[in-house]
Design a protein around this ligand. Structure first.
Ligand code: GTP
Length: 535
């Protein structure tokens, strides 16, 4: 079915594709749930948690998430909000799953950062923010858990500005905190939303007082009203005003305060976000910039998940549509392999179920079933050879040698590791001169997940042993002769990754430095992003 160009344009302009980022435990899952609730995507509070529990039933390895109380996989949800189509990409907060999070951030147009008011800016938030800054991703900030005592709000804004190097424009401001929490003041709407502990703001609206100078405010808040007026004047003088262009440039973050668990202060955040967050943006490829309103469909894969449903042992590749209109059954060319693939039965992910997608527009994420033909970073296009940039693999920092309890299971182990590495659960290296299987990860928990999944999904019991590798760098050069010399001299330290890229496994940083000094014509890369050749 063909669509008119203007119809297509309108569809994508309505998309808002974003991720929620935070340090673990700041309240990302809780706020996701409230967003879905407001959007009408779920009816009952608690569904998001039970969504995790359902997955536990269908996909056993998720049980680890429950045992540990952390989210270990990204999930994708599409839902309507105020006439727009929202694509929310959840990201694991735990440091051990940072690669997945980084890649997810390459597929969004903006982000929502959640900060715990008692803890302020935490380590993971700093890292995530660095990634957002690389891509100048616009960011909204929600300072959560106001129902608990936290840091002084001015101090919190200073911290965000100093540590995260972004200007803050408070849009709402807390009136007290913890037991003294009385509500929030909205700078732009000039109104106060009153908070009463114990009230259920999922079913009841907060009382709104129009105007900071309203006598009603004195009635309700007593002496606090006068203090609030003074404080607001002070904050207005000392802080930045909302400036949409600066926000879109990633230089200024609108800040909201609230308590996600009590559903308080979340609605003003969402209403502002849906109004100002950017529509799907142009994307860079090695060839040219792809505009979302181009007629031909294109997209890239940023995530692969195996065995989402144990009854169908397939893998789902998550592709962000960057231009044109995707239609069910369409043929797209994979620029890495040069092959056309027909994509029937593409999936879309709604809050509570997945469905077959008829059409998808720039900003949408579709799921493609495949049996190992698609890798993370693959780019697809209807007509051209396009390679989207910015979907990195990072040099792992931890390494283990996989050893089998039952040596007859070698085939199953190789298959399992190859599939789990395609998914980005771990990286996987085969040394050139031995039959060893070396795993690389950014966080130690990744190994545990891999061991658990190998057992559950591939019926393989593997032991991971320490190995004498400190770091891994991808290597390439334009000079074949120099590469051959390098290979001959360094065979002991060379391996191939799952895609056949050559990797230098260094036992120490000194060794790495020496190899670099001895072979100035060889380029060493700590992310695949800068590699010239993709086999
Ligand atoms: N007091 C209070 N607790 C909250 C609030 N929001 C969330 N919490 C609690 O904080 C804890 C962490 O919340 P989650 O939403 O699971 O945090 P998360 O950021 O998704 O954590 P990860 O799954 O580890 O990434 C839970 O026990 C929540 O009930 C809030 O507004 N006030």
């Amino acid at each position: 079915m063909s669509q008119s160009k203007s119809g297509q344009r309108n569809e994508y302009l309505n998309r808002r594709t974003f991720a929620i980022i935070s340090h673990p435990d700041a309240g990302k899952t809780t706020i996701t749930e409230k967003i879905l609730l407001f959007g009408g995507a779920i009816q009952v509070a608690g569904s998001v948690k039970s969504r995790k529990a359902d997955r536990h039933a269908t996909s056993d390895w998720m049980a680890m998430e429950q045992e540990r109380g952390i989210s270990i996989t990204s999930s994708i949800m599409q839902f309507p909000y105020k006439g727009r189509t929202m694509n929310l990409l959840d990201t694991p907060g735990h440091a051990d799953f940072s690669e997945d999070t980084y890649r997810t951030l390459t597929a969004v147009d903006s982000a929502l950062m959640v900060i715990d008011c008692a803890k302020g800016v935490e380590e993971r938030t700093i890292k995530l923010m660095e990634v957002c800054r690389l891509r100048t991703t616009p960011i909204y900030t929600f300072i959560n858990k106001l129902d608990r005592e936290g840091k002084d709000p001015i101090e919190l804004l200073d911290e965000v500005e100093d540590v995260l190097k972004i200007r803050c424009a408070p849009i709402t401001w807390p009136i007290g905190m913890g037991k003294r929490l009385k509500g929030v003041y909205h700078f732009i709407d000039d109104e106060v939303l009153l908070y009463e502990a114990g009230k259920n703001y999922e079913t009841q609206q907060a009382v709104v007082i129009k105007g900071l100078n309203s006598p009603e405010l004195d009635e309700k808040l007593g002496d606090v009203a006068a203090e609030l007026r003074e404080e607001i004047e002070l904050v207005q003088g000392a802080s930045h005003k909302f400036d949409k262009q600066a926000y879109l440039n990633g230089e200024l973050s609108p800040v909201f305060f609230g308590s996600a668990i009590n559903n308080f202060g979340v609605q003003p955040l969402l209403d502002s976000f849906v109004e100002h967050a950017p529509e799907p943006q142009p994307r860079a490829t090695t060839e040219r910039v792809v505009e979302p309103d181009e007629t031909k469909c294109s997209g890239f894969v940023f995530k692969i998940q195996a065995n989402m449903d144990p009854n169908h042992r397939d893998r789902v590749a998550f592709m962000r549509i960057c231009s044109g209109v995707f239609t069910q059954g369409m043929k797209l060319k994979n620029s890495r392999t040069g092959k056309d693939i027909k994509i029937p039965n593409a999936l879309t992910f709604l809050a509570e179920h997945r469905d077959h997608v008829e059409h998808a527009y720039p900003g949408d994420i579709i799921g493609i079933h495949n049996h190992g033909t698609i890798s993370i970073g693959d780019s697809f296009s209807e007509t051209e050879n396009l390679q989207f940039t910015g979907i990195p693999s990072f040099a792992p920092e931890l390494f283990r040698r996989a050893r089998l309890k039952d040596p007859l299971k070698l085939k199953a182990l190789q298959k399992g590791l190859a599939q789990l590495s395609e998914e980005g659960a771990t990286q996987f290296f085969r040394p050139l001169i031995s039959n060893e299987l070396i795993l690389g990860a950014v966080g130690v928990l990744q190994f545990e997940v891999v061991a658990y999944r190998l057992k559950r999904e591939y019926n393989v019991e593997a032991i991971f042993e320490n190995v004498d590798t400190r770091t891994a760098y991808w290597v390439d050069t334009d000079d074949d002769k120099k590469m051959q010399q390098f290979r001959n001299k360094n065979e002991m330290n060379l391996a191939e990754d799952a895609h056949g890229h050559l990797v230098y496994l260094a036992p120490s940083m000194v060794n790495l430095q020496l190899a670099q000094d001895r072979h100035p014509d060889i380029r060493f890369h700590n992310t695949t992003e800068t590699l010239k050749t993709r086999p």
